[in-house]
Design a protein. Structure first.
Length: 367
């Protein structure tokens, strides 16, 4: 089967390339907003859908000819995907216009006729930009086919590329060992508690650790003259703090998911809606700081590649309220009750008991 894998590198463009990147960011945003505006206006007048392409605007706006045409075509695909998500009935709202200040500066270009390639001098060739220096911290295997590249500029002023590749991979067929099973119960404070009552080691609440430092610099920013030189410098300082928080969280998630993938064949967890938890139980800061949703997604991807299984339990399954010994369900159990006593006189730790119930339920679904 064919699988996709992305490699992220930091690039160091020169001044001419930086100017062209800024122009490409602006043109992609302009085309996206223009197509969205024309679609809305045409529907209001005729009640019909309008099919537009970036090529339509090149005669009227000649500056669009200066940038890579495939990056503009990808904006058309992004807009169509936004409409598809909206009409699918999901919680995603109507497509919005992109802002120069708020939205992320990025564009995606496709690899056509080997226009994107890597040489031995730690350089990557991009359409219109030519050869760009980058930090090649890992080699892209020769049998991996480059499909597209996404160029991104962070608020702190750094440039990154994400190289999307495609390769042939055969998922190994293995007999799952039920003795190597793990049940995970989500915890806002401890990230998760497994069926042995253990939580991740070296867990930090990254946002909370830097919250005071972030508040100090944000207060300094509020006292500065907007758009002044010091104002711009202070914005970069704040962006670097946010970037550090995100990088620390991502590093922890990657290492923890890799560790569990190597140790276990079956991992069972609840299919909970983290967004609802963050909005309803006054646990928003802890839930969003954990990044458990990212961890769950990365765990599923890594287990799939290894031929292992991640079993999701229904979110309404009473894992915390059910006694693992006799099956009694304590409907009066509160969130503040961390330890409770069952009718069978068993003393149960709420999180450990839930993790064991999740593992047992997951193993039942496999059989």
């Amino acid at each position: 089967m064919k699988l996709n894998k992305a490699f992220k590198f930091r690039i160091y463009p020169n001044h001419i390339q930086m100017a062209l990147l800024a122009k490409t960011f602006g043109c992609c945003r302009f085309v996206y907003n223009k197509m969205l505006e024309d679609k809305i206006k045409h529907y209001q007048e005729t009640k019909e859908n309008l099919l537009v392409t970036p090529a339509k605007y090149k005669e009227e706006f000649e500056f669009l000819k200066e940038v890579d045409s495939y990056s503009l075509c990808n904006e058309q695909m992004h807009l169509q995907a936004a409409f598809n998500n909206f009409f699918r009935g999901s919680k995603v709202g109507f497509p919005k216009f992109k802002s120069r200040r708020k939205d992320k500066n990025s564009f995606t270009t496709s690899n056509v006729s080997n226009t994107i390639r890597v040489n031995d001098k730690h350089q990557i060739r991009l359409p219109k930009l030519g050869w760009v220096n980058f930090v090649e911290h890992r080699k892209i295997p020769s049998n991996y086919k480059i499909k597209s590249v996404t160029v991104t500029k962070t608020p702190s002023g750094k440039y990154y590329i994400s190289v999307l590749t495609e390769y042939e991979y055969k998922i190994p067929e293995r007999t799952l060992d039920k003795s190597k099973s793990l049940g995970l119960d989500y915890s806002s404070h401890d990230f998760y508690v497994d069926n042995q009552g253990k939580s991740p080691e070296n867990l930090h609440h990254y946002y909370r650790d830097l919250q005071d430092k972030l508040a100090f610099h944000q207060k300094r920013l509020s006292h500065m003259v907007k758009e002044s030189n010091n104002y711009q410098k202070q914005k970069i300082i704040i962006a670097r703090i946010h970037e550090k928080i995100a990088n620390q969280r991502k590093d922890f998630i990657e290492k923890e998911s890799t560790k569990l993938t190597r140790l276990y064949d079956i991992i069972c967890l609840e299919d909970i809606n983290l967004q609802n938890i963050s909005q309803s139980l006054k646990l928003g800061k802890s839930t969003l700081d954990n990044g458990f949703g990212m961890f769950r997604a990365r765990l599923e991807q890594k287990m799939l590649v290894e031929g292992k299984r991640v079993v999701k339990i229904d979110k309404w399954f009473p894992s915390s309220k059910m006694c693992r010994f006799c099956g009694y369900v304590n409907k009066n159990l509160k969130l503040s009750d961390r330890v409770w006593t069952c009718e069978c006189e068993a003393i149960l730790n709420r999180d450990k008991n839930a993790a064991i119930n999740i593992m047992n339920e997951g193993l039942k679904e496999l059989t």
